[in-house]
Ligand binder design. Structure first.
Ligand SMILES: Cc1cc2nc3c(=O)[nH]c(=O)nc-3n(C[C@H](O)[C@H](O)[C@H](O)COP(=O)(O)O)c2cc1C
Length: 275
């Protein structure tokens, strides 16, 4: 996937690409044509030049998803604020699921939504893993309980497991048929970079969860799984991955309906009153 130059026959020399690009590989050549020098600074492949070019003159390689549709130049016409706000308010973390897998093509829509999340410096090197094997989910759940039993209010992991078996409830994945994990394969020693990558993943995950909501699916963020990995590396072995888990959520058909929104604490905003 790369930008390989400019189609000079199409280019109207409007210089919008030059103004838009944050890295400046675009330049005006002696004859007035616009050039693209990929060696000046590495292109981060954000695609803004492609999106803004009125003549569609940016030459690309291996980019199959460039699109245009009504409303692309006025996003405010695509979704009404009130509708989006309602969706944000009704979206709940779901902890009861139907015993039924979600069709693959629907799950793919959730993944596709995550593909379009922004990320720092357009770095999208995280990977995805989906686990739909109940036995594996059950093993993972046991490991998380064993690590988090104190926080869950038990004296020991064994007591916690025994209790949840007796009430036939999985307190970690809640019987969801799927677990989606977002992770980095490389081991990152810098906590700052790791934090930034976690932000990226958090946004991708949120895109996926909101998309899932529009498809009638339920989700719940799995911070408990993520948090227990530091104390129990065996969880990575069950997941069969290396590196860092930076986000995870369960997905399935909700077996619950809500009748009203939930309360939220008031906002604390500095500076707004001065406007
Ligand atoms: C980063 C993060 C981690 C979370 N981890 C868990 C978790 O491990 N288990 C769980 O049941 N809910 C988890 N949640 C869900 C929160 O408890 C939930 O978002 C919150 O109580 C508000 O409820 P709502 O999402 O229905 O509005 C997590 C949420 C976030 C944002």
């Amino acid at each position: 996937m790369s930008i390989v130059g400019i189609n000079q026959e199409k280019c109207s020399k409007c210089k919008l690409c030059l103004q838009e690009c944050r890295r400046s590989p675009f330049y005006v050549m002696e004859n007035g044509d616009i050039g693209f020098n990929e060696k000046v600074l590495p292109c981060i492949m954000c695609g803004h030049c492609i999106a803004i070019c009125p003549e569609n003159a940016i030459l690309t390689k291996d980019m199959d998803d460039i699109d245009t549709f009504a409303g692309i130049d006025s996003p405010e016409t695509l979704i009404d604020y009130d509708d989006l706000f309602k969706l944000l308010r009704v979206k709940r973390s779901i902890r009861r699921y139907k015993n039924k897998k979600v069709p693959k093509e629907i799950i793919n829509k959730v993944f596709e939504a995550m593909r379009y999340a922004p990320s720092g410096a357009n770095n999208r090197t995280w990977r995805y893993l989906i686990i739909s094997d109940q036995e594996k989910l059950s093993k993972l759940s046991t490991e998380v309980i064993k690590t988090n039993y104190l926080y869950m209010g038990f004296e020991s992991g064994e007591k916690a497991i025994e209790y949840y078996q007796s009430i036939k409830r999985d307190p970690i994945f809640f019987g969801a048929p799927h677990l989606i994990v977002l992770y980095y394969e490389t081991v990152q020693k810098s906590m700052t970079l790791l934090g930034l990558r976690a932000n990226d993943v958090g946004i991708a995950l949120t895109y996926g969860m909101l998309a899932a909501e529009t498809l009638g699916l339920g989700t719940c963020w799995m911070g408990g799984l993520q948090g227990s990995i530091a104390a129990n590396r065996g969880i990575l072995d069950i997941l069969e991955i290396k590196g860092h888990v930076l986000g995870a959520f369960i997905l399935g058909l909700p077996a619950v309906k809500y009748r009203r929104t939930t309360p939220r604490s008031p906002l604390k905003i500095k500076g707004l009153d001065e406007l």
